[in-house]
Write a protein that binds this ligand. Structure first.
Ligand SMILES: [Cu+2]
Length: 122
C-alpha cells in the first residue's frame, strides 16, 4: 500500500495568506512524475510497482501523481482487451478496478506506449 500525499494550496484573497492541507489518498499503484517521457520503462518504473499481486475479489487503486494525463487500460498498446479503461486521468486523479477472476492482467497507458504494468490475481 502506497500512500500518496497531495498538498493542496488554498488562497484567501483578502489576506493573501495560503493554507497548505495535506490529503492522504490511498493507492496501490502510482504513476510517478515524468513518465510522460520515455525512460521509465528501462527500470520498470512507469507504474510503481509495475507488477502487483492481489487476491481475487480485491480492488487495485491507481493514482496519477504526474502533471500529465495518463490512463490505466487493460491489454497491450494497440491491443486493448476492454476489461477496464480509466480514460484520461488528470493529475492526482485515481482509478480503481476490482478483479474477480484469477489471472494475469496486463495494462498500459493509451497516451504513452512505453508505459505498462501487470496485475496478478491469485
Ligand atoms: Cu501515460
Amino acid at each position: 500500500m502506497i500512500l500518496g500525499i497531495i498538498t493542496m494550496s488554498t488562497f484567501n484573497n483578502s489576506t493573501e495568506t495560503s493554507n497548505d492541507t495535506d490529503l492522504i489518498i490511498e493507492s496501490d499503484v502510482i504513476m510517478p512524475s515524468k513518465v510522460s517521457r520515455p525512460g521509465c520503462e528501462e527500470d520498470d518504473r512507469c507504474y510503481i510497482p509495475s507488477q502487483i499481486v492481489i487476491e481475487h475479489g480485491k480492488q487495485v487503486i491507481w493514482i496519477n501523481e504526474d502533471s500529465a494525463f495518463h490512463s490505466v487500460t487493460s491489454g497491450f498498446y494497440g491491443e486493448p482487451t476492454e476489461l477496464f479503461d480509466s480514460g484520461h486521468l488528470n493529475p492526482y486523479q485515481s482509478f480503481s478496478f476490482t478483479f474477480d477472476e484469477i489471472g494475469i492482467y496486463d495494462y498500459y497507458c493509451t497516451l504513452h506506449p512505453w508505459m505498462d504494468g501487470q496485475v496478478i490475481v491469485e
